[in-house]
Design a protein around this ligand. Sequence first.
Ligand code: FEO
Length: 407
Amino acid sequence: MKAKAVKMADGVYWVGVIHWHSRTFHGYGIPGTTYNAYLVFGEEKTVLIDNVYRGMFEQFDARVKDAFEQEGKDFKIDVFVQNHSEMDHSTFLRQTIAEYNPDAEIYASQNCINFLEAQYHNFGDLEINAVATGDELDIGGRTLKFISAPMLHWPDSMFTLLAEEGILFSNDAFGQHVAHSKRFDEDYDTNYLLREAQKYYANLVTLGSPMLRMKLDELTSTGLINDIKMIAPCHGQIWKNPAPIVEKYSEWGSGICKDKITVIFDTMHHSTEKLAYQIAEGIMSEGVEAVMYFMQEDGPDDVITDILDSKAIALGAPTMMNKPFPRIGNMMYWLDCVNFKGTGSEKSALIFSSKGWGGGAVAKLQRDLEEAGFTVTDTLDVLFVPDEDVLAEAFEKGAELARSIKE
Ligand code: FEO
């Protein structure tokens, strides 16, 4: 197989892979993705930063070889840096070491060393150097600075800064699941990339928000943030202009939200649907942004994306056998997993339901939402089909929720 490496700076190449037809990752829908790896040529040592996922070795290996050919150098990697051990970035690490230099130096966080062995059971014979914030490596005219970044995305995650060029190899942080032929942010619309980055953050990074805030504070207080000229994540486009994504990460990680309410519903005989539509009209009547999701058709991953920067949600499910309609249960598990409370945002919730007789959905959703960190401020539990009076009540409850979040 042939594949060209993409030059990012003198002696720095993207040697990752494009997984064009990947459609799910971590259970959420994606339009393809990339697993980015990077080759850095120092005067004395050549460094590979990160690796790729299963089924992708041939494309990766061809790109690595192309980078060596572009540099006119023999196929020899002196240093392997592994920023994170999750399989999408490490599947062929052992094989790459064996092919390109069994005696190479290897650097990773201590957690990463432990996790590699626990996943692959074949790293025990290798000497891997544990590094953390403050450790540096001279590769000949160039310096790698290691920066621990736990929970961005796993406890083992770290960043590696190529100091002279200011290129931050950030692994999962600042990534996006997109698959494009060009590698840089400047090749695509910034708002589109930020939306994809928001989906990625909401679904994969939200839980690590407290650690993100600490990391951004640390990078700011040490002045390192000013040294970062380019951010090269392990998924998606490389940020030649890091300012927009750093600003967004700061917002998302700090719970800064818009005057926006995400309405989520499922329905059996269209009664809960009618309530959802009226609640949305009430929200809009107050000039607040409303986003609507129907859980028969929409994925929880998109809902999570919009909840990230919403100040409130309105969640509706019909009652079935004294409980919420089951498809809403999948949504609830996602809400419980990502833990928006970690961002510092206080999200309020309106619960609505249509019931046949005794009800039960509202009480169950209230318990679940409160456990997931939401403050339930209002409920609407309707018997069978809403009449005009009930629809007017739903409208007013939407409007009241909107008024309650307006600044
Ligand atoms: Fe892209 Fe946590 O791996």
